[in-house]
Ligand binder design. Structure first.
Ligand SMILES: Nc1nc2c(ncn2[C@@H]2O[C@H](COP(=O)(O)OP(=O)(O)OP(=O)(O)O)[C@@H](O)[C@H]2O)c(=O)[nH]1
Ligand SMILES: [Mg+2]
Length: 199
């Protein structure tokens, strides 16, 4: 089964459980720190310049954005975390929304945790990783902004990410550059394999 990534539509921005789609299409969830490049990774995956919004006002949108691809799956853009300059109220809204999404076991079918390839994952990254682990669904880690690393830094950084997040061997860490395109085939392959396993 192929996936026509050209056929991508924005479905909705969900502010709470009432807005979560509940049809049987698989949901591939993307999570990561604000500014880590979630929207850029989605754009790269779809080879679109400006599909998921990039850049402006980090931490502003405490919404879950749903995109439907080829009428076969949803890409779920979970709200970013770890942005320092948000109010306590916004943080609480983030936690409530994320909790309600993960509480509904039927929602996630594959997880993608995006971290910064340059740095050791943060405490917030670990919390998000634990959410993914708790679903018992498959997930992968994407180490984005690979283009900012020297060649010699790649292997040690990937090992540090694996170790810090305490990933089991079946969890892939995919070196990725939304900017240059590295890792796109591997991530798309993972999503396709998953799709084949779920239909
Ligand atoms: N060099 C480099 N820059 C990147 C890469 N991916 C994203 N960026 C840049 O990082 C910044 C943040 O990217 P976004 O895609 O908006 O990040 P986000 O995680 O969606 O951010 P929020 O939605 O605000 O949480 C932008 O300036 C991007 O151009 C990458 O692979 N390499
Ligand atoms: Mg974004």
């Amino acid at each position: 089964m192929g996936l026509n990534t050209q056929k991508a539509e924005f479905i909705r921005s969900a502010a709470g459980p009432r807005d979560f789609p509940r049809d049987p299409l698989p949901q591939v969830a993307f999570a990561g720190r604000s500014n880590v490049g979630k929207s850029s990774v989605i754009n790269r995956l779809l080879n679109r310049k400006n599909f998921a919004r990039v850049g402006a006002a980090p931490g502003k949108t405490v919404h879950i954005n749903y995109f439907r691809i080829d009428e076969k799956l949803y890409l779920v853009d979970l709200p970013g975390y770890g942005y320092a300059r948000v109010s306590q109220a916004e943080k609480a809204r983030w936690a409530g929304l994320i909790q309600s999404w993960f509480d509904d076991r039927s929602l996630m079918s594959l997880g993608v945790l995006i971290v910064d390839a340059r740095h050791r994952p943060t405490a917030d990254d670990k919390v998000m990783c634990d959410y993914f682990k708790s679903t018992l669904r498959p997930f992968a880690v994407v180490a984005n902004k690979l283009d900012k690393l020297k060649k010699s830094e790649i292997e040690p950084n990937l090992a540090l990410i694996r170790e810090t997040l305490e990933l089991s061997d079946d969890v892939k860490v995919i070196p990725f550059s939304a900017e240059k395109g590295d890792g796109r085939e591997e991530l798309l392959g993972l999503i396709l394999d998953h799709l084949e396993g779920t239909v």
